[in-house]
Design a protein around this ligand. Sequence first.
Ligand code: ADP
Ligand code: MG
Length: 697
Amino acid sequence: MPAKTSAKIVSLSTLKGIGPAIATKLNAIGIHSAMDLLFHLPLRYQDRTKVQPIGSIRNGYSAVVEGEIRACDIVFGKRRSLLCKIQDGTGVMTLRFFHFSAAQKKGLVVGKMIRCFGEASLVRGGIELIHPEYQLISANQPLPTADYLTAIYPSTDGISQVRWRNYIKAAFAVLNEDSIPDLLDSKYLSLFDSKNFTDLYSTLKLLHFPPPSVDLELFSQGMHPLQRRLAFEELVAQRISHLLLRKDSLKESAIEISEDAQLEQQFLNQLPFDLTGAQKKVLAEIKGDIARPHPMLRLLQGDVGSGKTIVAALAALQFIQQGQQAVLMAPTEILAEQHLYTFKEWFDPLSISVNLLVSKLPAAEKRQRLADIASGQTQLVVGTHALIQDQVSYQNLGLIIIDEQHRFGVDQRRALKNKREDDYSVHQLVMTATPIPRTLAMTFYADLDYSVIDELPPGRTPIETVALSNDKRMEVIERVSNACQQGRQVYWICTLIEDSETLQCQAAETTASELAALLPNITIGLVHGRLKSDQKQAVMSHFNSGDIQLLVATTVVEVGVNVPNASLMIIENPERLGLSQLHQLRGRVGRGSIKSHCVLMYQKPLSKNGKQRIEIMRSTNDGFVLAEKDLQMRGPGQVLGTQQSGAAIFRIADLERDADMIDAVVKASNALCNSSPAVANALINRWCPLAANYIDV
Ligand code: ADP
Ligand code: MG
């Protein structure tokens, strides 16, 4: 057993090049110490150690290329730019400069050899490097040799790659092996891999500065033994934090909530329907939890459209009638806004005050809302992660409801929980539409009880799903037009291109203008992740009210949006999405009694896997069946939605990729919790520092 479990914390401000402004930016992405910097691992690496053939360069690649200059001209398009065409034996590409000097243009002489480094983009069918680094070279001039690959870091506003590399170097300069002790004994590491292990410090060093000989393919898949070693440690730490949290919650006290049948009846009377049997069953489980003097920690799973929101409302009512506040946290502003509408409709008649808190509000408005929350004037607060910001304080927080919990990390949940300041703990209800196989739930939600709504409300006509190729685009547009003429509303979903949010938003913009030109009599709205929050809200509220007939959107509408009059959804390039995500999207229609349709408009040729997924989507509407197939086809990471949402629940681990480690993770975490509390504690401090604040080890 390693003797040393605690390490000195070296603060960011002592590092060369990091002033208060940068430290604040780093803090915002969870980096608080020199050690945290070392755990900020590269996304990928650039190989600047070899020259790549131009013909092999694809969109998004970063590479060193060399070629002969074939042309160099200034063009006056939308923006004046300098275009320089270069060629080697394998292909041609264009270098594009928006800012350039006369001397620069003069230097780029046709016939000369040039060496460039940049990221390739596909522009009108051709490959371009925009503002590459370049130098003119003589024939066969050797590349300056580099000892290691160049790391590219996930970044945040205003921190360039060069700076990241400097910060990491600065952190290594002040930390040595003793500062980052090996916490996991090899007897634990050997549970998942029998290889000899590199010590943690060297592991980190190699990950930041890998030699060119390293297997980049393994790296890019996250399957390199160095990465797996870290992933294992992270998973063990995460599970320990769940186990300890569970243990703690049994020691904690919480306000006992007794049932108020009268208010509940009043609420139910105003609904145009009865609760389903499954909703009643789950509600009874919740009431059982909250009547006890310990905090509830319950995961509520229910398929898309199964009616989880009403259960949440009924739970909130119980608290509000007893003078406790309830908070509902949703992963997106669109969803938070949607919940605000729904809850206002339900709670206004009962004179319960509901309010919304999101990050971007006008200052005065925000101040007022914060004041109302702090004074208890607001009884139900709906919002995004803005709910956990420092400046938010609650008067009497009794219940936390998390919607679409797979979008949040355990840290965020805990930060919200910690907002209650007295000796009582907060009750928690976390909801998800993602069916979680029992073994996974036991492994990674070891701190939660589990309820399921396994029945859809009656009277739903199943959504009919058809698949059409992109050749039939005009027919599909005709269908959209017909649906709108019949007073229905339509979603048109543009999917992710090349993992880039910017490109995805551009695709949605282009599609919206194309549709606007073809469908002049239809009111079209556009919503994507790059809009400001008030713009998003405005579009969504027009869609809610029916003023917008056709909503062109990116997958931002994936979760929770509820517009029962929408009866048609077009999903472009569905082959790019997983089954669970398609199911979430499709669940936006079929919410009323009108027959609904979903058109999967794919791009030919379809891969075998893409074809199979589309066929499965057509064959069933059942989220459980789809989740099982998804699990078979893609593994748990996708099913839990951690990957597709991009939510950084894990820094390194990935439940799908690392699924084979789960048994070992369970064994190691149980053993450490039981017999080595100091190591368990140190692991949490290293990997889940926020969680550490709430766990009493
Ligand atoms: P989800 O579980 O996906 O969050 P929602 O709570 O948004 O689903 O519910 C979907 C729709 O079903 C809403 O329009 C809601 O009003 C309606 N609904 C919920 N429960 C019932 C019920 N028991 N009978 C009929 N409709 C219901
Ligand atoms: Mg929902």
